[in-house]
Design a protein around this ligand. Structure first.
Ligand SMILES: [Zn+2]
Length: 106
């Protein structure tokens, strides 16, 4: 399936551009150490076309821009996607906790 028009339009826009209405927050891409985490992007999935959209931070690639990853054409990836979703969910939870504890100490 090809990316829908809304996804195509968002691709390459500045990350300050809001996600379009069909995007669902899936998780975040984080690397670094627990002590010094670096959030690279926020990942969304379009429920119209199934594309993955990444809202990159200034540490992301490409930096500060939306990027689009078209869904793979394979039909047998359901299990893998579930695992990825679980992983993304944990990343979001962990990120929220990190942000909350950072607020608490400030
Ligand atoms: Zn789309």
């Amino acid at each position: 399936m090809n990316p829908c028009k809304a996804c195509m339009r968002l691709n390459g826009q500045h990350s300050e551009t809001r996600p379009h209405g069909d995007l669902r927050l899936e998780g975040t891409g984080v690397f670094g150490t627990p002590r010094e985490p670096i959030r690279r992007y926020v990942q969304y999935r379009c429920h119209t076309c199934g594309s993955w959209l990444r809202q990159n931070t200034e540490r992301g690639d490409p930096a500060g821009l939306w990027s689009l990853q078209a869904p793979s054409g394979r039909a047998s990836v359901t299990r893998d996607e579930t695992l990825k979703d679980e992983h993304a969910g944990r990343a979001v939870e962990w990120l929220k906790n990190t942000i909350e504890s950072a607020k608490g100490t400030g």
